[in-house]
Write a protein that binds this ligand. Sequence first.
Ligand SMILES: [Zn+2]
Length: 487
Amino acid sequence: MAAMIRLHNTLSGRVEEFVPIESGSVKLYTCGPTVYDFPHIGNWRSYVFEDLLKRLFLYRGFRVLHVMNITDVDDKTIRGANAKGVGLDEYTKPFIEAFARDRDVLAILPADVYPRATAHIEEMVVLIEALLRKGFAYRKDGSIYFAIDKFPAYGRLSKINLEDLRPGSHADADEYAKESVHDFALWKAPKEGEPVWETRIGPGRPGWHIECSAMSSRYLGRTFDIHCGGVDNIFPHHENEIAQSEAATGVTFVNYWVHGHHLVVDGEKMSKSKGNFYTLTDILEKGYDPLDVRYLLVATHYRKMLNFTFEALDQARTARRRIGNFLGELRAAAQDGPSDPAVVRMVDEARAGFVTGLEDDLNISEALAAVFTLIKSAYPLLTRSEMTKADGSLISEFVAEADKVLGVRPSPVVSASGKINATSELSGAVTVIEAEILAKIEARQKARAGRDFKRADEIRDELLEAGIVLEDTKDGVRWKRTGPPKS
Ligand SMILES: [Zn+2]
């Protein structure tokens, strides 16, 4: 069936059919990390939802050109570098590395380009020159500001009320509240303790908003298909991006604005002072698998508030384990013979439900329900030993196909020879933590093969201590998590 993807566009406030600029291709820009700290799980929620969207396009046969910026100069990075007494580069480097590491651990497909703001000052200068030339920008005390009252479409994205706007009132901060809408800084005058670029528009450094306008168009063109971010980016960041880009080019900047909702922890806004602020590392240190975290982030619709609790994370782990165990059971299907037409129909229905759900503005509940309905209907065949090898592989192929979009890689099963055999079934690589577990299982199998039962038992106990239970079955060793490790 042909792809017909519908997405909620913040600009229109409606779910719309996605029509690409160029048939079969998607030009996608997602606001990337400001590398002044480690991303918290709220940030990861946005990146995971964007990954789900991108994987859906790829699965449905689109080419995707994905650009994600790295904000390595702005108010926050400068403040952090100064507090530490180091240069910007030195300050941001570990955060850029941590971002890439955690992205891989969460199985987020990397973007095609990760432009860094500090490497695109020239593009920003060109854009600001155009805005000055066309009268949308003005200079004041060495800085350059965007004049909001010159751009009548301002507020279209965020539906902001401009009644109280005082022309010429301006501020220098990158971030501010809706209540204090004002002309914003495109270029900031040199200041003690801040990096300075000597440019044609004068010395100084860029404001945050101009960075995304300049870098997106540098790689995707003046008009591109989709721009994503969290809902907190809508104002002022994305509103300002539209103003800068459209005022400078005179053409539409972005066709679809797609925003992911907030994540709260235990029903409250995350904050360091409340002690409910988590980075990915904080959660993994409690013994969770990163892909259980991914499952949790993926499983709530992107336009709904996600309430993060450890109970919900435990449920995500159980759900993911259920798929993994099911795949393990399928491997046990040993009967010869052709596929049962009923099974073929089950798989076709599951696929249709999965695709229809996701194409409907990423309706993940419907998509996951299709997978679990299939599991439920297939179990009786397994328990009655009525499933043929052909049936089994038909079903596991579909689950692997679905996982190309979900990216949650259900837990593998290890065969009696100690060889990992179910992992490759679901997209190849294993996570760091799974790899450690599998290495231990393999070491235990070797010890047993060499009749070193003492060593084998030791390894089993070590794993148990880490919350991993081994089960020796006729098809090999299966492992399960019982919960977070005792610390
Ligand atoms: Zn941005």
